[in-house]
Design a protein around this ligand. Sequence first.
Ligand code: ATP
Ligand code: MG
Length: 554
Amino acid sequence: MEKEVVSKNFIEHIIDGDLASGKTKKVITRFPPEPNGYLHIGHAKSILLNYGLAEQYGGQFNLRFDDTNPEKEDEEYVQSIIDDVRWLGADYEDRCFFASDYFDRMYEAAVTLIKKGKAYVCDLSPDEIREYRGTLTSPGKNSPYRDRSVAENLDLFERMKKGEFEDGSRVLRAKIDMASPNLNMRDPILYRVAHFHHHNTGDAWCIYPMYDFAHPLEDAFEGVTHSICTLEFEDHRPLYDWVVASVGFEHPPRQIEFAKLYLTNVVTGKRYIRKLVQDGIVDGWDDPRLVTISALKRRGYTPEAIRHFVELVGVSKANSSVDVDMLEYCIREDLKGKAHRIAAVIDPVKLVITNYPENKTEKMTVKNNVEDEQMGTREVSFSKELWIEREDFMIEPPKKYFRLFPGNEVRLMNAYFVKCTDYETDADGNVTTVYCTYDPETRSGSGFTGRKVKGTIHWVNAADCFETDVYLFENLVDEEKGVYDEDGNVNVNPNAKVLMKNCKMEAQMAGTRPGEKFQFLRQGYFCADTKYSVPGKPVFNRIVSLKSSFKLPK
Ligand code: ATP
Ligand code: MG
Protein backbone atom coordinates (compact mmCIF):
# COMPACT_ATOMS: atom_id res chain seq x y z
CA MET A 1 0.00 0.00 0.00
CA GLU A 2 2.87 2.34 0.71
CA LYS A 3 3.74 2.13 -2.96
CA GLU A 4 0.27 3.45 -3.79
CA VAL A 5 0.82 6.48 -1.61
CA VAL A 6 4.11 7.53 -3.15
CA SER A 7 3.40 6.69 -6.78
CA LYS A 8 0.86 8.81 -8.62
CA ASN A 9 -2.43 7.47 -9.89
CA PHE A 10 -3.51 7.71 -13.52
CA ILE A 11 -5.59 10.83 -12.92
CA GLU A 12 -2.61 12.64 -11.44
CA HIS A 13 -0.58 11.69 -14.49
CA ILE A 14 -3.23 13.22 -16.77
CA ILE A 15 -3.34 16.40 -14.70
CA ASP A 16 0.47 16.64 -14.65
CA GLY A 17 0.40 16.42 -18.45
CA ASP A 18 -2.27 19.12 -18.79
CA LEU A 19 -0.36 21.45 -16.48
CA ALA A 20 2.91 20.80 -18.30
CA SER A 21 1.38 21.49 -21.73
CA GLY A 22 -0.23 24.68 -20.44
CA LYS A 23 -3.73 23.39 -21.24
CA THR A 24 -4.62 23.72 -17.58
CA LYS A 25 -3.62 26.76 -15.55
CA LYS A 26 -5.50 26.03 -12.34
CA VAL A 27 -7.06 22.69 -11.54
CA ILE A 28 -10.80 22.91 -10.90
CA THR A 29 -12.76 19.82 -9.85
CA ARG A 30 -16.25 19.26 -8.56
CA PHE A 31 -18.47 16.74 -6.82
CA PRO A 32 -21.81 16.64 -8.66
CA PRO A 33 -24.42 14.69 -6.66
CA GLU A 34 -27.98 14.33 -7.74
CA PRO A 35 -30.07 15.22 -4.66
CA ASN A 36 -32.23 12.11 -4.91
CA GLY A 37 -30.96 10.26 -1.83
CA TYR A 38 -28.31 10.27 0.86
CA LEU A 39 -24.64 9.86 0.01
CA HIS A 40 -22.87 6.58 0.69
CA ILE A 41 -19.30 5.37 1.12
CA GLY A 42 -18.83 5.25 -2.68
CA HIS A 43 -19.66 8.95 -2.89
CA ALA A 44 -17.12 9.59 -0.13
CA LYS A 45 -14.50 8.20 -2.45
CA SER A 46 -15.56 10.56 -5.23
CA ILE A 47 -15.75 13.57 -2.88
CA LEU A 48 -12.34 12.96 -1.35
CA LEU A 49 -10.77 12.22 -4.72
CA ASN A 50 -12.03 15.46 -6.26
CA TYR A 51 -11.32 17.52 -3.19
CA GLY A 52 -7.90 15.93 -2.72
CA LEU A 53 -6.81 16.68 -6.29
CA ALA A 54 -7.87 20.31 -6.05
CA GLU A 55 -6.00 20.66 -2.79
CA GLN A 56 -2.89 18.86 -3.98
CA TYR A 57 -2.62 21.08 -7.10
CA GLY A 58 -3.53 24.32 -5.34
CA GLY A 59 -6.78 24.44 -7.28
CA GLN A 60 -10.46 24.72 -6.48
CA PHE A 61 -13.16 22.25 -5.53
CA ASN A 62 -16.87 22.92 -6.12
CA LEU A 63 -19.94 21.22 -4.76
CA ARG A 64 -22.63 21.21 -7.40
CA PHE A 65 -26.07 19.72 -7.23
CA ASP A 66 -27.12 18.06 -10.43
CA ASP A 67 -30.76 18.89 -9.87
CA THR A 68 -32.13 18.48 -13.38
CA ASN A 69 -34.55 15.67 -12.60
CA PRO A 70 -37.07 17.29 -10.22
CA GLU A 71 -39.37 14.29 -10.01
CA LYS A 72 -37.05 12.45 -7.63
CA GLU A 73 -35.25 15.29 -5.94
CA ASP A 74 -35.80 16.86 -2.58
CA GLU A 75 -34.57 19.60 -0.27
CA GLU A 76 -33.97 17.06 2.52
CA TYR A 77 -31.38 15.37 0.33
CA VAL A 78 -29.70 18.67 -0.50
CA GLN A 79 -29.23 19.40 3.20
CA SER A 80 -27.96 15.93 4.04
CA ILE A 81 -25.43 16.09 1.20
CA ILE A 82 -24.14 19.46 2.37
CA ASP A 83 -23.76 18.09 5.91
CA ASP A 84 -21.92 15.00 4.70
CA VAL A 85 -19.51 16.83 2.39
CA ARG A 86 -18.64 19.28 5.18
CA TRP A 87 -18.27 16.50 7.71
CA LEU A 88 -15.81 14.70 5.46
CA GLY A 89 -13.76 17.88 5.41
CA ALA A 90 -14.09 18.58 1.68
CA ASP A 91 -14.11 22.35 1.89
CA TYR A 92 -15.88 23.94 -1.06
CA GLU A 93 -15.78 27.38 0.62
CA ASP A 94 -18.62 29.45 -0.87
CA ARG A 95 -18.85 27.39 -4.03
CA CYS A 96 -22.04 25.42 -3.60
CA PHE A 97 -23.81 25.52 -6.95
CA PHE A 98 -27.04 24.17 -8.40
CA ALA A 99 -27.47 23.04 -11.97
CA SER A 100 -30.89 24.67 -11.76
CA ASP A 101 -29.18 28.05 -11.34
CA TYR A 102 -27.91 27.57 -14.89
CA PHE A 103 -31.26 26.77 -16.52
CA ASP A 104 -31.29 30.10 -18.39
CA ARG A 105 -27.77 29.59 -19.68
CA MET A 106 -28.53 26.01 -20.68
CA TYR A 107 -31.54 27.22 -22.60
CA GLU A 108 -29.31 29.76 -24.36
CA ALA A 109 -26.80 27.01 -25.16
CA ALA A 110 -29.60 24.97 -26.74
CA VAL A 111 -30.66 27.97 -28.82
CA THR A 112 -27.04 28.34 -29.95
CA LEU A 113 -27.05 24.73 -31.13
CA ILE A 114 -30.31 25.24 -33.00
CA LYS A 115 -28.89 28.33 -34.71
CA LYS A 116 -25.81 26.34 -35.72
CA GLY A 117 -28.05 23.67 -37.22
CA LYS A 118 -26.90 21.20 -34.54
CA ALA A 119 -30.22 20.62 -32.80
CA TYR A 120 -33.83 20.13 -33.82
CA VAL A 121 -37.25 19.70 -32.31
CA CYS A 122 -38.58 16.19 -32.85
CA ASP A 123 -42.23 15.15 -32.64
CA LEU A 124 -41.72 11.40 -32.59
CA SER A 125 -43.26 9.61 -29.62
CA PRO A 126 -40.89 8.06 -27.04
CA ASP A 127 -41.60 4.62 -28.52
CA GLU A 128 -40.85 5.81 -32.03
CA ILE A 129 -37.63 7.45 -30.90
CA ARG A 130 -36.54 4.16 -29.42
CA GLU A 131 -37.46 2.30 -32.58
CA TYR A 132 -35.64 4.78 -34.83
CA ARG A 133 -32.52 4.58 -32.68
CA GLY A 134 -31.54 1.14 -34.02
CA THR A 135 -29.48 -1.34 -32.04
CA LEU A 136 -25.87 -2.12 -31.29
CA THR A 137 -25.73 -4.14 -34.50
CA SER A 138 -27.97 -2.06 -36.78
CA PRO A 139 -27.84 1.66 -37.54
CA GLY A 140 -30.70 3.96 -36.64
CA LYS A 141 -32.70 5.99 -39.11
CA ASN A 142 -33.22 9.70 -39.33
CA SER A 143 -36.25 11.29 -37.73
CA PRO A 144 -38.65 12.81 -40.28
CA TYR A 145 -38.33 16.06 -38.29
CA ARG A 146 -34.54 16.17 -38.53
CA ASP A 147 -34.43 18.69 -41.36
CA ARG A 148 -36.71 21.31 -39.93
CA SER A 149 -35.50 24.85 -40.62
CA VAL A 150 -33.64 26.79 -37.97
CA ALA A 151 -36.53 29.25 -37.78
CA GLU A 152 -39.09 26.51 -37.20
CA ASN A 153 -36.89 24.86 -34.56
CA LEU A 154 -36.40 28.15 -32.75
CA ASP A 155 -40.13 28.77 -32.76
CA LEU A 156 -41.04 25.28 -31.56
CA PHE A 157 -38.36 25.22 -28.86
CA GLU A 158 -39.56 28.54 -27.51
CA ARG A 159 -43.11 27.24 -27.45
CA MET A 160 -41.91 24.10 -25.62
CA LYS A 161 -40.53 26.44 -23.00
CA LYS A 162 -43.77 28.44 -22.86
CA GLY A 163 -45.73 25.32 -21.99
CA GLU A 164 -47.70 24.96 -25.21
CA PHE A 165 -47.04 21.24 -25.48
CA GLU A 166 -47.84 18.26 -23.36
CA ASP A 167 -45.29 16.20 -21.49
CA GLY A 168 -43.56 13.77 -23.81
CA SER A 169 -45.02 15.26 -26.98
CA ARG A 170 -41.87 16.98 -28.23
CA VAL A 171 -38.17 16.93 -27.48
CA LEU A 172 -35.11 18.84 -28.56
CA ARG A 173 -32.48 16.54 -30.03
CA ALA A 174 -28.86 16.93 -31.02
CA LYS A 175 -28.22 16.42 -34.72
CA ILE A 176 -25.21 14.13 -34.74
CA ASP A 177 -25.23 10.77 -36.49
CA MET A 178 -27.97 8.12 -36.51
CA ALA A 179 -25.48 5.57 -37.81
CA SER A 180 -22.85 6.14 -35.13
CA PRO A 181 -21.58 2.91 -33.58
CA ASN A 182 -22.02 4.69 -30.22
CA LEU A 183 -25.74 4.76 -29.46
CA ASN A 184 -25.31 7.84 -27.29
CA MET A 185 -24.41 9.76 -30.44
CA ARG A 186 -27.58 8.86 -32.36
CA ASP A 187 -29.27 12.23 -32.05
CA PRO A 188 -29.60 12.14 -28.25
CA ILE A 189 -32.37 14.06 -26.52
CA LEU A 190 -31.24 17.37 -25.04
CA TYR A 191 -34.50 18.71 -23.60
CA ARG A 192 -37.84 17.20 -22.70
CA VAL A 193 -41.20 18.73 -21.83
CA ALA A 194 -42.08 17.88 -18.22
CA HIS A 195 -44.47 19.90 -16.09
CA PHE A 196 -42.71 19.26 -12.79
CA HIS A 197 -42.42 21.42 -9.74
CA HIS A 198 -38.73 21.94 -8.99
CA HIS A 199 -37.34 22.22 -5.45
CA ASN A 200 -35.32 25.28 -6.48
CA THR A 201 -36.99 26.92 -9.48
CA GLY A 202 -40.59 26.06 -8.59
CA ASP A 203 -42.88 26.17 -11.64
CA ALA A 204 -40.66 28.48 -13.70
CA TRP A 205 -39.73 25.71 -16.12
CA CYS A 206 -41.69 23.02 -17.90
CA ILE A 207 -38.77 21.86 -20.01
CA TYR A 208 -35.79 20.21 -18.39
CA PRO A 209 -32.35 19.43 -19.85
CA MET A 210 -31.17 15.82 -20.04
CA TYR A 211 -28.16 14.77 -18.01
CA ASP A 212 -25.86 14.31 -21.03
CA PHE A 213 -26.51 17.86 -22.12
CA ALA A 214 -26.66 19.53 -18.74
CA HIS A 215 -23.63 17.93 -17.13
CA PRO A 216 -20.93 19.06 -19.58
CA LEU A 217 -22.44 22.55 -19.63
CA GLU A 218 -22.41 22.79 -15.83
CA ASP A 219 -18.75 21.80 -15.84
CA ALA A 220 -17.93 24.27 -18.60
CA PHE A 221 -19.82 27.18 -16.95
CA GLU A 222 -17.80 26.66 -13.78
CA GLY A 223 -14.49 26.35 -15.60
CA VAL A 224 -14.03 22.82 -14.32
CA THR A 225 -10.82 21.48 -15.84
CA HIS A 226 -11.06 17.82 -14.91
CA SER A 227 -14.52 16.32 -14.72
CA ILE A 228 -14.02 13.08 -12.84
CA CYS A 229 -16.79 10.52 -13.00
CA THR A 230 -17.27 6.77 -12.83
CA LEU A 231 -16.77 4.20 -15.59
CA GLU A 232 -20.38 3.93 -16.71
CA PHE A 233 -19.96 7.34 -18.34
CA GLU A 234 -17.07 6.28 -20.55
CA ASP A 235 -19.41 5.72 -23.52
CA HIS A 236 -20.92 9.14 -22.93
CA ARG A 237 -17.60 10.94 -23.25
CA PRO A 238 -17.88 11.52 -27.02
CA LEU A 239 -21.22 13.24 -26.41
CA TYR A 240 -19.77 15.23 -23.51
CA ASP A 241 -17.02 16.43 -25.84
CA TRP A 242 -19.51 17.11 -28.63
CA VAL A 243 -21.64 19.33 -26.38
CA VAL A 244 -18.84 21.52 -25.09
CA ALA A 245 -17.26 21.79 -28.54
CA SER A 246 -20.53 22.50 -30.36
CA VAL A 247 -21.65 25.16 -27.91
CA GLY A 248 -18.21 26.66 -28.42
CA PHE A 249 -16.32 26.74 -25.14
CA GLU A 250 -12.76 27.89 -25.53
CA HIS A 251 -11.43 25.85 -22.59
CA PRO A 252 -13.55 22.72 -22.51
CA PRO A 253 -13.41 20.51 -19.43
CA ARG A 254 -11.95 17.04 -19.74
CA GLN A 255 -13.87 14.00 -18.55
CA ILE A 256 -11.89 11.26 -16.79
CA GLU A 257 -13.47 8.02 -15.61
CA PHE A 258 -12.48 5.82 -12.67
CA ALA A 259 -13.92 2.64 -11.17
CA LYS A 260 -16.70 2.84 -8.60
CA LEU A 261 -16.02 1.65 -5.10
CA TYR A 262 -17.90 -1.49 -4.17
CA LEU A 263 -17.81 -3.32 -0.86
CA THR A 264 -18.26 -7.07 -0.75
CA ASN A 265 -21.62 -8.11 0.72
CA VAL A 266 -22.63 -4.53 1.35
CA VAL A 267 -25.54 -2.59 -0.12
CA THR A 268 -24.19 0.49 -1.88
CA GLY A 269 -26.29 2.07 -4.60
CA LYS A 270 -28.83 4.71 -3.71
CA ARG A 271 -31.65 2.87 -5.40
CA TYR A 272 -31.26 -0.19 -3.14
CA ILE A 273 -30.70 1.83 -0.01
CA ARG A 274 -33.82 3.87 -0.78
CA LYS A 275 -35.83 0.67 -1.07
CA LEU A 276 -34.59 -0.58 2.31
CA VAL A 277 -35.65 2.74 3.82
CA GLN A 278 -39.03 2.83 2.07
CA ASP A 279 -39.83 -0.77 2.95
CA GLY A 280 -39.07 -0.03 6.60
CA ILE A 281 -36.37 -2.70 6.71
CA VAL A 282 -34.01 -0.15 8.17
CA ASP A 283 -34.84 2.78 10.38
CA GLY A 284 -34.14 5.69 8.02
CA TRP A 285 -31.22 6.67 5.80
CA ASP A 286 -28.94 6.96 8.83
CA ASP A 287 -29.66 3.50 10.24
CA PRO A 288 -26.26 2.42 11.60
CA ARG A 289 -26.44 -0.83 9.58
CA LEU A 290 -26.19 1.11 6.31
CA VAL A 291 -23.10 2.53 4.66
CA THR A 292 -24.55 5.93 3.92
CA ILE A 293 -22.24 8.61 5.22
CA SER A 294 -24.83 9.70 7.76
CA ALA A 295 -25.20 6.09 8.95
CA LEU A 296 -21.44 5.64 9.28
CA LYS A 297 -21.26 8.90 11.18
CA ARG A 298 -24.09 7.84 13.47
CA ARG A 299 -22.50 4.44 13.99
CA GLY A 300 -19.34 6.23 15.15
CA TYR A 301 -17.07 6.35 12.12
CA THR A 302 -14.82 9.40 11.90
CA PRO A 303 -13.91 11.44 8.81
CA GLU A 304 -10.28 10.49 9.46
CA ALA A 305 -11.10 6.78 9.26
CA ILE A 306 -13.03 7.25 6.02
CA ARG A 307 -10.23 9.31 4.51
CA HIS A 308 -7.71 6.63 5.46
CA PHE A 309 -9.94 3.97 3.91
CA VAL A 310 -10.30 5.89 0.65
CA GLU A 311 -6.52 6.31 0.51
CA LEU A 312 -5.97 2.60 1.03
CA VAL A 313 -8.47 1.73 -1.69
CA GLY A 314 -6.71 3.95 -4.23
CA VAL A 315 -7.96 4.97 -7.66
CA SER A 316 -8.22 2.58 -10.54
CA LYS A 317 -9.81 1.94 -13.93
CA ALA A 318 -10.86 -1.62 -13.11
CA ASN A 319 -13.98 -2.45 -11.15
CA SER A 320 -13.37 -4.45 -8.01
CA SER A 321 -14.87 -5.00 -4.62
CA VAL A 322 -13.22 -4.17 -1.32
CA ASP A 323 -13.74 -6.14 1.86
CA VAL A 324 -15.57 -4.29 4.61
CA ASP A 325 -12.84 -5.51 7.00
CA MET A 326 -10.66 -2.81 5.54
CA LEU A 327 -13.14 -0.11 6.54
CA GLU A 328 -13.35 -1.58 10.05
CA TYR A 329 -9.58 -1.69 10.25
CA CYS A 330 -9.47 2.05 9.54
CA ILE A 331 -11.84 3.00 12.35
CA ARG A 332 -9.99 0.79 14.84
CA GLU A 333 -6.72 2.39 13.80
CA ASP A 334 -8.16 5.86 14.25
CA LEU A 335 -9.82 5.26 17.61
CA LYS A 336 -7.02 3.14 19.07
CA GLY A 337 -5.12 6.18 20.23
CA LYS A 338 -8.06 8.58 20.66
CA ALA A 339 -10.78 6.79 22.58
CA HIS A 340 -10.88 6.40 26.35
CA ARG A 341 -11.12 2.78 27.46
CA ILE A 342 -13.84 2.09 29.97
CA ALA A 343 -15.45 -0.93 31.56
CA ALA A 344 -18.91 -1.92 30.39
CA VAL A 345 -20.70 -5.20 30.95
CA ILE A 346 -23.08 -5.95 28.13
CA ASP A 347 -24.59 -9.21 29.33
CA PRO A 348 -24.25 -8.94 33.11
CA VAL A 349 -24.01 -11.54 35.87
CA LYS A 350 -23.64 -10.58 39.53
CA LEU A 351 -20.34 -11.35 41.23
CA VAL A 352 -20.27 -11.29 45.04
CA ILE A 353 -16.95 -11.23 46.93
CA THR A 354 -17.91 -13.04 50.10
CA ASN A 355 -14.89 -12.00 52.16
CA TYR A 356 -14.97 -8.31 51.17
CA PRO A 357 -16.28 -5.96 53.91
CA GLU A 358 -19.98 -5.01 53.66
CA ASN A 359 -19.92 -1.24 53.59
CA LYS A 360 -16.55 -0.62 52.09
CA THR A 361 -15.87 1.13 48.75
CA GLU A 362 -12.36 1.54 47.34
CA LYS A 363 -11.30 3.87 44.59
CA MET A 364 -9.13 2.29 41.93
CA THR A 365 -7.03 4.55 39.73
CA VAL A 366 -7.20 3.39 36.12
CA LYS A 367 -5.59 4.63 32.93
CA ASN A 368 -7.83 6.21 30.34
CA ASN A 369 -5.81 4.60 27.56
CA VAL A 370 -2.98 2.20 28.35
CA GLU A 371 -1.32 3.07 25.05
CA ASP A 372 -1.09 6.74 25.90
CA GLU A 373 -0.10 7.97 29.37
CA GLN A 374 -0.95 11.52 28.29
CA MET A 375 -4.61 10.65 28.31
CA GLY A 376 -4.50 10.53 32.09
CA THR A 377 -6.28 8.46 34.68
CA ARG A 378 -9.62 8.32 36.43
CA GLU A 379 -11.01 6.74 39.58
CA VAL A 380 -13.50 3.92 39.55
CA SER A 381 -15.22 2.46 42.59
CA PHE A 382 -14.92 -1.13 43.75
CA SER A 383 -16.92 -2.95 46.41
CA LYS A 384 -18.38 -6.28 47.44
CA GLU A 385 -20.90 -6.63 44.59
CA LEU A 386 -19.83 -6.28 41.00
CA TRP A 387 -21.14 -7.06 37.53
CA ILE A 388 -19.13 -9.28 35.21
CA GLU A 389 -19.74 -10.48 31.67
CA ARG A 390 -21.84 -13.66 31.49
CA GLU A 391 -19.35 -15.27 29.13
CA ASP A 392 -16.54 -14.75 31.65
CA PHE A 393 -17.95 -17.50 33.87
CA MET A 394 -18.60 -21.13 33.01
CA ILE A 395 -19.80 -23.95 35.20
CA GLU A 396 -18.01 -26.52 33.12
CA PRO A 397 -15.25 -24.83 31.17
CA PRO A 398 -13.74 -26.25 28.00
CA LYS A 399 -9.96 -26.70 27.76
CA LYS A 400 -7.94 -23.49 27.61
CA TYR A 401 -10.73 -21.46 29.25
CA PHE A 402 -8.82 -19.28 31.70
CA ARG A 403 -11.64 -17.14 33.01
CA LEU A 404 -13.87 -17.87 36.00
CA PHE A 405 -15.12 -21.34 36.86
CA PRO A 406 -15.54 -23.04 40.19
CA GLY A 407 -12.15 -23.28 41.89
CA ASN A 408 -10.32 -21.01 39.41
CA GLU A 409 -8.63 -17.72 40.20
CA VAL A 410 -8.51 -14.70 37.84
CA ARG A 411 -7.52 -11.06 38.00
CA LEU A 412 -10.25 -8.47 38.14
CA MET A 413 -8.73 -5.85 35.87
CA ASN A 414 -7.18 -2.95 37.85
CA ALA A 415 -8.22 -4.60 41.15
CA TYR A 416 -7.68 -7.94 42.92
CA PHE A 417 -7.35 -11.64 42.27
CA VAL A 418 -10.62 -13.43 42.97
CA LYS A 419 -11.25 -17.16 43.25
CA CYS A 420 -14.61 -18.69 42.42
CA THR A 421 -16.12 -20.58 45.34
CA ASP A 422 -19.74 -21.08 44.31
CA TYR A 423 -22.55 -19.97 42.01
CA GLU A 424 -26.35 -19.87 41.85
CA THR A 425 -28.72 -20.55 39.00
CA ASP A 426 -32.40 -19.87 38.37
CA ALA A 427 -35.02 -22.52 37.66
CA ASP A 428 -33.89 -22.70 34.01
CA GLY A 429 -30.28 -23.28 34.93
CA ASN A 430 -29.11 -19.76 34.02
CA VAL A 431 -26.37 -18.48 36.26
CA THR A 432 -27.61 -15.61 38.41
CA THR A 433 -24.75 -15.06 40.86
CA VAL A 434 -21.11 -16.05 41.04
CA TYR A 435 -19.45 -16.16 44.46
CA CYS A 436 -15.75 -15.49 44.97
CA THR A 437 -13.22 -14.67 47.62
CA TYR A 438 -10.55 -12.07 47.03
CA ASP A 439 -6.95 -11.88 48.19
CA PRO A 440 -6.21 -8.40 49.63
CA GLU A 441 -2.48 -8.86 48.89
CA THR A 442 -3.05 -8.89 45.13
CA ARG A 443 -4.27 -5.36 44.54
CA SER A 444 -3.10 -4.01 41.13
CA GLY A 445 -0.10 -1.76 41.43
CA SER A 446 0.90 -3.22 44.81
CA GLY A 447 3.81 -5.12 43.27
CA PHE A 448 2.42 -8.50 44.29
CA THR A 449 4.43 -11.32 42.69
CA GLY A 450 3.38 -14.27 44.84
CA ARG A 451 1.57 -16.17 42.08
CA LYS A 452 0.21 -15.68 38.60
CA VAL A 453 -3.22 -16.10 37.04
CA LYS A 454 -3.92 -16.76 33.40
CA GLY A 455 -7.13 -14.79 32.99
CA THR A 456 -8.05 -11.14 33.47
CA ILE A 457 -11.67 -10.04 33.30
CA HIS A 458 -13.32 -6.64 33.55
CA TRP A 459 -16.06 -5.67 35.97
CA VAL A 460 -18.32 -2.80 37.00
CA ASN A 461 -19.22 -1.78 40.54
CA ALA A 462 -22.87 -2.73 41.15
CA ALA A 463 -23.76 -0.03 43.67
CA ASP A 464 -23.13 3.02 41.50
CA CYS A 465 -22.93 1.80 37.91
CA PHE A 466 -24.79 3.40 35.03
CA GLU A 467 -27.36 1.25 33.29
CA THR A 468 -28.34 1.68 29.66
CA ASP A 469 -29.06 0.08 26.27
CA VAL A 470 -26.43 -1.01 23.80
CA TYR A 471 -26.94 -1.95 20.16
CA LEU A 472 -24.72 -4.60 18.61
CA PHE A 473 -24.49 -4.81 14.83
CA GLU A 474 -23.55 -7.39 12.28
CA ASN A 475 -23.54 -7.11 8.50
CA LEU A 476 -27.00 -6.12 7.25
CA VAL A 477 -26.63 -8.66 4.47
CA ASP A 478 -27.00 -12.37 5.08
CA GLU A 479 -23.63 -13.37 3.66
CA GLU A 480 -24.60 -17.02 3.24
CA LYS A 481 -27.38 -16.04 0.85
CA GLY A 482 -25.61 -13.23 -1.02
CA VAL A 483 -26.70 -9.61 -1.30
CA TYR A 484 -29.89 -9.90 -3.39
CA ASP A 485 -32.59 -12.52 -3.85
CA GLU A 486 -34.10 -13.29 -7.28
CA ASP A 487 -36.57 -10.38 -6.94
CA GLY A 488 -33.80 -7.89 -6.25
CA ASN A 489 -34.60 -7.60 -2.55
CA VAL A 490 -31.75 -7.55 -0.06
CA ASN A 491 -31.25 -10.79 1.88
CA VAL A 492 -31.37 -9.25 5.33
CA ASN A 493 -29.45 -10.82 8.22
CA PRO A 494 -31.98 -11.05 11.08
CA ASN A 495 -29.18 -10.59 13.63
CA ALA A 496 -27.87 -7.44 12.03
CA LYS A 497 -29.13 -5.40 14.97
CA VAL A 498 -29.36 -6.74 18.51
CA LEU A 499 -30.56 -4.60 21.38
CA MET A 500 -28.90 -5.37 24.72
CA LYS A 501 -30.94 -3.84 27.54
CA ASN A 502 -29.71 -2.89 31.01
CA CYS A 503 -26.03 -3.08 30.27
CA LYS A 504 -23.85 -1.90 33.16
CA MET A 505 -21.03 0.57 32.83
CA GLU A 506 -18.84 2.87 34.88
CA ALA A 507 -20.83 5.56 36.63
CA GLN A 508 -19.38 8.53 34.75
CA MET A 509 -20.70 7.16 31.44
CA ALA A 510 -24.07 8.74 32.29
CA GLY A 511 -22.54 12.06 31.23
CA THR A 512 -21.60 10.91 27.73
CA ARG A 513 -22.60 13.31 24.98
CA PRO A 514 -24.16 12.01 21.75
CA GLY A 515 -21.42 11.13 19.26
CA GLU A 516 -18.74 10.50 21.92
CA LYS A 517 -16.71 7.37 21.32
CA PHE A 518 -15.12 4.86 23.69
CA GLN A 519 -13.41 1.56 23.72
CA PHE A 520 -15.39 -0.75 25.96
CA LEU A 521 -12.59 -2.92 27.32
CA ARG A 522 -12.41 -6.31 25.63
CA GLN A 523 -15.61 -5.56 23.64
CA GLY A 524 -14.93 -3.09 20.90
CA TYR A 525 -15.46 0.56 20.04
CA PHE A 526 -18.78 2.19 20.84
CA CYS A 527 -20.43 5.52 20.11
CA ALA A 528 -23.26 7.27 21.92
CA ASP A 529 -26.18 7.32 19.49
CA THR A 530 -27.24 10.73 18.22
CA LYS A 531 -30.88 9.73 17.77
CA TYR A 532 -31.81 7.66 20.82
CA SER A 533 -29.60 9.22 23.52
CA VAL A 534 -31.21 11.69 25.94
CA PRO A 535 -29.37 13.83 28.49
CA GLY A 536 -28.30 11.58 31.36
CA LYS A 537 -29.10 8.45 29.39
CA PRO A 538 -26.82 7.87 26.45
CA VAL A 539 -27.53 4.77 24.38
CA PHE A 540 -24.56 3.13 22.65
CA ASN A 541 -23.90 1.67 19.21
CA ARG A 542 -21.10 -0.77 18.68
CA ILE A 543 -19.00 0.65 15.88
CA VAL A 544 -16.77 -2.38 15.54
CA SER A 545 -15.48 -5.22 17.68
CA LEU A 546 -11.82 -5.43 18.65
CA LYS A 547 -11.08 -8.60 16.78
CA SER A 548 -10.02 -8.59 13.19
CA SER A 549 -8.51 -10.88 10.65
CA PHE A 550 -7.66 -7.96 8.39
CA LYS A 551 -4.02 -7.40 7.45
CA LEU A 552 -2.73 -4.42 5.52
CA PRO A 553 -1.63 -5.61 2.09
CA LYS A 554 2.15 -5.35 1.64
P1 ATP B 1 -25.73 5.42 -7.05
O1 ATP B 1 -25.14 4.54 -8.10
O2 ATP B 1 -25.40 4.99 -5.68
O3 ATP B 1 -27.18 5.68 -7.24
P2 ATP B 1 -25.10 7.80 -8.42
O4 ATP B 1 -23.90 7.64 -9.26
O5 ATP B 1 -26.41 7.72 -9.07
O6 ATP B 1 -24.99 6.79 -7.21
P3 ATP B 1 -24.83 10.61 -8.12
O7 ATP B 1 -25.41 11.51 -7.14
O8 ATP B 1 -25.27 10.69 -9.52
O9 ATP B 1 -25.04 9.12 -7.59
O10 ATP B 1 -23.24 10.63 -8.06
C1 ATP B 1 -22.44 11.70 -7.68
C2 ATP B 1 -21.02 11.31 -7.99
O11 ATP B 1 -20.60 10.21 -7.17
C3 ATP B 1 -20.83 10.87 -9.42
O12 ATP B 1 -19.70 11.51 -9.95
C4 ATP B 1 -20.64 9.38 -9.32
O13 ATP B 1 -19.88 8.90 -10.37
C5 ATP B 1 -19.98 9.23 -7.95
N1 ATP B 1 -20.22 7.91 -7.38
C6 ATP B 1 -21.41 7.30 -7.19
N2 ATP B 1 -21.27 6.07 -6.67
C7 ATP B 1 -19.93 5.88 -6.53
C8 ATP B 1 -19.13 4.80 -6.06
N3 ATP B 1 -19.67 3.67 -5.64
N4 ATP B 1 -17.79 4.96 -6.04
C9 ATP B 1 -17.23 6.11 -6.46
N5 ATP B 1 -17.92 7.16 -6.92
C10 ATP B 1 -19.26 7.06 -6.97
MG1 MG C 1 -27.17 8.97 -10.60
